[in-house]
Design a protein around this ligand. Structure first.
Ligand code: TRP
Length: 330
């Protein structure tokens, strides 16, 4: 049995790009008998972005409800909150001592800020705190603490997993084989989801369709999908955004018919109406579950506490092995 682990940073509300790109594949993996899944909410990683108590509480709880609403089954997945696992932060410190500073200098997120600062002509470390700089080491601790085999992530996180593997390797060279060297798992089919304007769906482009909004807001978002100026009766391009989005929510037969109708001149207004209908049909039951969990905070917290207890059983064992390796425990 292979152990699969991934973290979700609570820094915003999930959109359908997050759902199809990451949440759905991760939940599908948890139904595979060959995998034992550990999914957690990386609240301490979110500290690099979130700057106040209310935001932290809001996003943390929202993302927990999102995963449960999307079908995460706490019987199948060890689902927990990063900050509940104190062992993680002890391992983080230990790993700092086998991590060359140069490795952190090369991390994409840090490098991007340095490059921007250089362009602006300000100090290269302007606006960089140690949480951001050490981010990859804490992430390595998250992963290595659980002897993870696979880490399903988006392409943007690939380097972080490579860094975790390097850190594990450095540790093993220094102290003897102790930490498992993990592999990233990148889902090729879902690499990028198209946004309202035809670019990649991303919060930074403001072109997302929210996963859990009211029906009205969903309809509004869908009617904002950018189309060309072809009139009803004119054939539409089958690679258009409306068609791509439709496929995500519909059956194969519906998708074939929709595409044919577009080629036969279905008007954009009618096409969007049909897109809204399939999207809403798909999302409604999830939205109901989401609203249920949002209204049952105690239940969600209980699930996460039980998850933390299960996670800690593993974390304690691995940390003990590490402490023995470095000589702080017999
Ligand atoms: N850095 C990840 C992100 O921004 C979140 C994360 C934190 C993570 N710890 C992790 C992902 C460990 C995988 C494994 O999405």
């Amino acid at each position: 049995m292979k152990r699969v682990l991934t973290g979700i940073k609570p820094t915003g509300y999930a959109h359908i790009g997050n759902y199809f790109g990451m949440i759905k594949p991760a939940i599908e993996m948890s139904h595979n008998k060959d995998y034992e899944c550990f999914y957690f909410i990386a609240d301490y990683h979110a500290l690099t972005t979130l700057k106040n108590r209310e935001e932290m509480k809001e996003y943390f709880f929202n993302i927990a409800c999102t995963w449960l609403a999307c079908g995460l089954d706490p019987e199948k997945v060890v689902f927990y909150r990063q900050s509940d696992i104190k062992e993680d932060f002890e391992l983080n410190w230990i790993l700092c001592n086998v991590t060359p500073k140069g490795l952190m200098n090369r991390a994409h997120a840090y490098k991007a800020i340095v490059e921007k600062n250089e362009e602006l002509g300000v100090d290269k470390d302007d606006g960089v705190n140690m949480g951001l700089y050490n981010y990859p080491i804490l992430m390595a601790a998250d992963i290595l603490l659980f002897d993870s085999d696979y880490v399903p992530v988006g392409l943007d996180q690939k380097q972080h997993i490579e860094i975790a593997r390097d850190i594990a390797h450095n540790f093993n060279v220094k102290y003897g084989k102790c930490l498992k060297e993990p592999m990233e798992k990148i889902d090729d089919d879902n690499k990028t989801l198209i946004g309202l304007d035809g670019r990649k769906m991303s919060k930074s482009y403001n072109n997302t369709i929210p996963l859990f909004s009211t029906e009205e807001a969903l309809k509004k978002a869908i009617f904002r999908v950018v189309t060309d100026s072809r009139l009803p009766g004119e054939a539409k391009d089958k690679d258009c955004t409306v068609n791509k989005l439709f496929k995500l929510f519909s059956t194969k037969e519906e998708a074939q018919k929709f595409e044919k109708d577009l080629l036969n001149g279905l008007g954009w207004g009618e096409a969007k109406k049909q897109l809204f209908e399939v999207a809403n049909r798909y999302l409604s039951p999830m939205r109901e579950k989401f609203n249920y969990f949002m209204a049952h905070k105690d239940e969600v917290e209980k699930i996460l506490k039980e998850g933390a207890i299960k996670a800690q059983l593993v974390a304690e064992k691995v940390l003990k092995r590490v402490r023995i390796a470095i000589g702080t425990e017999d």
